[in-house]
Design a protein around this ligand. Structure first.
Ligand SMILES: O=C(O)[C@@H](CO)OP(=O)(O)O
Ligand SMILES: [Mn+2]
Ligand SMILES: [Mn+2]
Length: 559
């Protein structure tokens, strides 16, 4: 059944000319945008002969597509792309208003306070504490500071008397070092609430990559460190003031990796552990890095780490993070209803699918691709393979990551001829780009290019088709720039490194011996974006996409 309650017709119409049965490799390079060539463009600096040769196919077999802002359902054109919205658009073939925007709308209209989720938690306000846990920045990828500010105000106006905020510092979607300013802003908001008689404080914190925000079960220790601080009030570092905590801990770590700390009172007692009768809200709208904590907060049977203390709380997510697991059961804003994804259609039409990445990106080509649903549509038609990622390192020390292994798995899947679509995410440009280490990112881009070659070579052998694209930019620009594009330096004369994604377009290339002659990119969809890829891929499998999908990027001309 579709979300409208109507029966979905899964049968796709045959493409008038394109054949079925060609093996198709669908390669997503994570964090691989197109930008002008200079020394801070790691893709340009790196040796990337495969991607360079694909570019030679422009304009018929290579073009750029949009991967940020409204093209992927984000609130404004200033919003950089990210993996969630990027893979959602790639997989769903339509543009959905994404979490960031849905939360904006719910806060602006006040509807957020009228829903089931808020009512549920607000029943604790009389006697208990409201805990807010999430990423503290204005990055807009996982959360936004202004949304937290509105929620603090709204909840206190609606009866929350005691509020504790458990912060996760960013430095990945925003500049490293910006955490101090965000904590200062939050502290001044909380001081205003205190003037109005609300007992509001920061209770704990830590860097997002070291505390709480792991994903796809790569390293439960990350979540445990957060749990100990947030729920038990225990951490190796204790401070009486959060600004001081972040300043001090930054002496030995960057924002992404700050160790966990708790705020204590003058008697060294933690000011805000989570207790029976409290309410908890995880205020990130993005799913992947909140699912693990949501499980720890919500599941009675839980064996991933020893929680020691399991308070009886009322918990709601900002959104529901997993539509298949219905996790969490309570949430403040309904998530986008990403239904009828291309993966589901193709499986219904007999397209056998293989998907693979390493752990840190595994859910991107499965969970995000399928509209934030975990699991298979039909296990007999699909195989998803996860290659374990390295744990406990920053990826600049292993910039090749598992690119080779992903390439090998895809190659073997292609050569087995058991699959019609072989879909991978190659993480290097993004994961190493986020470390801000330029030299390592150059190595990363070269490794990604080699993995692409391995897959394309296999496609050559079986007479198949390849589609190579990316989900958003990252490695193509590693410095912060002024409006005229010049690199920016900080007060001490140090280059300002850009660890975040970008607003750049990404390439898409098609080719392979199985590509029917006369197939080329149309020139009448100049604003094409990631959401146009699904219809394109359906065509290459021999089908016409459903009417409401964004138009295909290709046409077939007689030659
Ligand atoms: O690491 C992440 O969570 C984001 C950046 O915040 O990157 P991506 O969207 O590429 O997964
Ligand atoms: Mn990404
Ligand atoms: Mn990223």
């Amino acid at each position: 059944m579709g979300s409208s309650g109507q029966q979905v017709s899964w049968k796709l119409a045959d493409h008038p000319t394109l054949p079925k049965g060609k093996t198709l490799a669908l390669i997503v390079l994570d964090g691989w945008g197109e930008d002008k060539p200079d020394e801070y463009n790691c893709i340009h600096v790196a040796q990337t002969p495969t991607m360079d040769s694909l570019k030679q196919g422009a304009p018929e077999k290579w073009r750029l597509i949009r991967a940020h802002g409204k093209a992927v359902g984000l609130p404004t054109e200033d919003d950089m792309g990210n993996s969630e919205v990027g893979h959602n658009a790639l997989g769903a073939g339509r543009i959905f208003a994404q979490g960031a925007k849905l939360v904006d709308i719910a806060l602006a209209s006040g509807k957020i306070y009228e829903g089931e989720g808020f009512k549920y938690i607000s029943e604790c306000f009389e006697k208990g504490t409201l805990h807010l846990i999430g990423l503290l920045s204005d990055g807009g990828v996982h959360s936004r500071l202004d949304q937290l500010q509105l929620l603090l105000k709204g909840a206190s106006e609606r009866g929350a008397k005691r509020i504790r905020v458990h912060i996760l510092t960013d430095g990945r979607d925003v500049l490293d070092g910006s955490s101090v300013g965000f904590v200062e802003t939050l502290e001044s908001d909380l001081a205003k609430l205190r003037e109005n008689g609300v007992d509001a404080q920061i209770a704990s914190g830590g860097g997002r990559m070291y505390v709480t925000m792991d994903r796809y079960e790569n390293d439960w220790d990350v979540v445990k460190r957060g749990w100990d601080a947030q729920v038990r009030g225990e951490a190796p570092h204790k401070f009486t003031n959060a600004v001081e905590a972040v300043k001090k801990l930054r002496e030995n770590a960057n924002d992404q990796y700050l160790p966990p700390f708790v705020i204590v009172d003058e008697n060294e007692k933690a000011v805000g552990p989570i207790e029976d009768g409290d309410a908890v809200v995880t205020f990130n709208f993005r799913a992947d890095r909140m699912v693990m904590l949501a499980k720890a907060l919500e599941y009675q049977d839980f064996d991933k780490f020893d929680r020691v203390k399991v308070p009886k709380i009322r918990y709601a997510g900002m959104l529901q993070y997993d539509g298949e697991l219905k996790l969490p059961g309570r949430y403040l804003v309904s998530p986008p209803e990403i239904d009828r994804t291309s993966g589901e259609y193709l499986v219904h039409n007999g397209v056998r699918t293989f998907a693979c990445s390493e752990t840190v990106k595994f859910g991107h080509v499965t969970f995000f691709w399928n509209g934030n649903r975990s699991g298979y549509f039909n296990p007999e038609m699909e195989e998803y393979v996860e290659i374990p990622s390295d744990v406990g390192i920053t990826f600049n020390v292993q910039p090749k990551m598992k690119a080779l292994e992903i390439g090998e798995k895809a190659r073997d899947a292609i050569l087995s001829r058991k699959f019609d679509q072989v879909r991978v995410n190659i993480p290097n440009g993004d994961m190493v780009g986020h470390t801000g280490d330029i030299q390592a990112t150059v190595v990363a881009c070269k490794a990604a290019d080699e993995a692409v070659k391995m897959i394309i070579d296999a496609i050559e052998q079986v007479g198949g088709i390849y589609v190579v694209t990316a989900d958003h930019g990252n490695a193509e620009d590693m410095v912060k720039r002024n409006k005229s594009g010049q690199p920016l330096y900080d007060k001490s004369g140090k280059l300002q490194i850009l660890t975040s994604h970008t607003c750049q377009p990404v390439p898409i290339a098609i080719g392979g011996p199985g590509l029917a002659s006369g197939v080329r990119f149309r020139n009448d969809v100049p604003d094409g974006g990631l959401a146009n890829v699904a219809a394109t891929v359906m065509n290459l499998h021999g089908y016409v996409a459903p009417n409401d999908y964004e138009p295909t990027l290709i046409e077939v001309v007689n030659n």
